[in-house]
Design a protein around this ligand. Structure first.
Ligand code: ADP
Ligand code: PEP
Ligand code: CA
Ligand code: MN
Length: 558
């Protein structure tokens, strides 16, 4: 932690010279940078890397935040409580245009429109009394990390990125210099719908040439962390030859590393917080020649139904410094109500990674992953809770990215919605999926990594009739992967999908392991299975020319 001011303050006092404090002020050379960017430095009160308590006080004073019984800060993100993928754009410019996979995920924006929106964001920030800056790093490996600057209108957004980026030491902050990437977050201030190319009041846009991101018309804090993830999904492969991963990662007592891929809400954060293993990170990683490193300095857990018994590590991370987003609370006790989905089902908590007891700091491992786990949330309830994939299947399932979108994580999603989210994170990829997939296949082959498919979604019937696979069973399956029990198991191949399913796992009822047995209506099971297989075949058509015939053949057979 950086040093604090030497002069003790009395109640209500502000430091007379905030710039004398390394954690708070700005040096002369930094100030010039802000003036050049268009900030009205005579007018706004710019707070850089402000102390956590100061951000609390400002969020309470100006934004209506409250303090929860455990000391966490409860905040609300306003109208938007999930990401807005339809409003995300990438600037079309000569330095990156040949690498970007243009289309519905990476929607083009022209340079001029970006500049209009950037100016609009800065003009809005100039109308504020307080503007918050957080300078930090993305990427724990010093060789591959980038310097990120966040400029925001809300204290809660600064605290969020304080938690989610890697916090600099006082010395690193003093020597920070020019950032590699800057986010201008104007929060609630809308885009102008009459600006060419704007289709709504929300705009989240990335410009690789200017190394900037602009956010207008959404206060959902997740846009910032996933925005930096998109930046890393471009920079790591293109500039460093590294593979960026939408996965969590942890490490066992013998050093073995596991990666858990999965779209939002499938279980990356929950399953990687494991008392028997140290946590490397819950969401965004990079696989380099040296091993695996986390991009972030914190975690962003879903809070719906959060329970002290079932998820103790996450429950106990909700304390002073953590941000609860869109969680309601009891007025008298200030206890959060994790059952209430009145605002959104996508309630969240953002906390620094060291709030998890067995976090591995620095968050990296000089080991090639031994196990890769694909988490799929199958809303049809026909995929087995666990199966072993061979290398062709591993590539096929990664490109397919079959899962479901969970309620609330994206604007407009109200119930689990089946989707093919390539690379288990389509909204965040920048390059063509086959570039990530072929890097992954090479790395897994070189390291002899095993690949498992785990269905954290429905069992015994589809969403509506079946139930979500109980967490205790999924945890038992993950334990069986790590203990080696599953490597030595007997497997049986399923019809249609050709998945190798273990015939027995300690602690898991046989009818859970075998989805057909779990469905009471066998005919409905068969029909649903075939329907899903048809969806796979259709979805894979677009990748058929991008991979080998063996990979294409690893799909379902009807
Ligand atoms: N079998 C299961 N496996 C994993 N998560 C489950 C399971 N059943 C219910 N859940 C719930 O689903 C959610 C998973 O969310 P999370 O771990 O935050 O996903 P991600 O990190 O991939 O976005 C949590 O609220 C968790 O309690
Ligand atoms: C934060 C998000 O995802 P995840 O649950 O993967 O962290 C998100 O999709 O907005
Ligand atoms: Ca101005
Ligand atoms: Mn997560």
């Amino acid at each position: 932690m950086p040093a604090r001011a030497a002069t003790p303050l009395r109640h209500g006092e502000e430091p007379t010279d905030p710039s004398s404090q390394p954690t708070y002020g700005l040096l002369g050379k930094d100030l010039a940078m802000f003036s050049e960017a268009g900030f009205d430095m005579d007018k706004i009160h710019l707070k850089r890397n402000a102390p956590v308590a100061q951000l609390y006080e400002d969020a309470i004073k100006y934004e209506g935040a409250v303090i929860a019984a455990s000391g966490a800060l409860i905040n609300f993100s306003g109208k938007k409580t999930g990401r807005s993928p339809k409003d995300k754009r990438i600037v079309y410019e000569e330095t990156s245009k040949d690498d970007v996979w243009w289309g519905a995920i990476n929607i083009q924006m022209d340079e001029h429109t970006f500049e209009i929106n950037r100016e609009r964001a800065i003009d809005y920030l100039n109308t504020r009394d307080n503007v918050y800056v957080f300078d930090g790093f993305a990427g724990w490996d010093p060789k591959y990390r980038i310097k990120v600057r966040v400029i925001a209108s809300r204290a809660y957004h600064a605290l969020f990125m304080h938690n989610m980026l890697i916090r600099p030491t006082a010395k690193e902050l003093e020597e920070f210099g020019t950032p590699d990437f800057t986010i201008y977050n104007a929060g609630q201030f809308p885009a102008n719908r009459f600006t060419a190319g704007m289709t709504s009041q929300t705009s989240v846009e990335v410009n690789f040439k200017r190394r900037e991101m602009v956010i207008l018309g959404t206060e959902y804090a997740g846009e910032m962390k996933k925005g930096i993830f998109s930046v890393m999904h471009y920079l790591q492969p293109v500039k460093f030859g590294n593979l960026s991963l939408h996965s969590s990662a942890n490490q066992g007592p013998d050093g073995d590393v596991s990666l858990f891929f999965g779209l939002s809400g499938t279980g990356k954060t929950t399953l990687s917080a494991d008392p028997r293993r140290s946590l490397i990170g819950d969401d965004e990683h990079v696989w380099s020649d040296n091993g695996v490193f986390n991009i972030e300095g914190g975690c962003y857990a879903k809070c719906v139904g959060l329970d002290a018994e079932k998820e103790p590590a996450i429950f106990n991370a909700v304390r002073f410094g953590s941000i609860l987003e869109n969680v309601t609370y009891d007025y008298a006790t200030r206890e959060p109500n994790y059952e209430d989905t009145g605002i959104t089902e996508n309630t969240r908590c953002a906390y620094p990674i060291e709030y998890i007891d067995n976090a591995k700091i620095p968050c990296m491992a000089n080991e090639q992953p031994k196990n890769v786990i694909y988490l799929t949330c199958d809303a049809f309830g026909v995929l087995p809770p666990v199966s072993l994939l061979d290398s062709n299947q591993a590539q096929y399932w990664f490109l397919s990215g079959y899962t479901s979108k969970t309620p609330g994580t994206e604007d407009g999603i109200a119930e689990p919605t089946p989707t093919f989210s390539t690379c288990f994170g389509a909204p965040f990829i920048i390059l063509h999926p086959s570039r990530y997939a072929s890097m992954l296949a090479k790395k897994m082959e070189a390291a002899g990594t095993r690949c498992w498919l785990i269905n954290t979604g429905w069992v015994g019937g589809a969403f509506g009739t079946g139930k979500r696979c109980p967490l205790k069973y999924t945890r038992a399956i993950v334990d069986a992967v790590h203990s080696g029990e599953l490597s030595n198991a007997q497997f049986k191949e399923t019809p249609v999908f050709g998945l190798k399913v273990p015939t027995k796992i300690e602690g898991i009822p046989d009818d859970v392991l075998n989805p057909e047995a779990a469905w009471s209506d066998k005919k409905a099971y068969q029909q649903t299975l075939e329907k899903l297989a048809g969806m796979f075949n259709k979805a894979f058509e677009r990748y058929a020319t991008e991979c080998s015939p063996e990979v294409v053949a690893a799909g379902p057979k009807l």
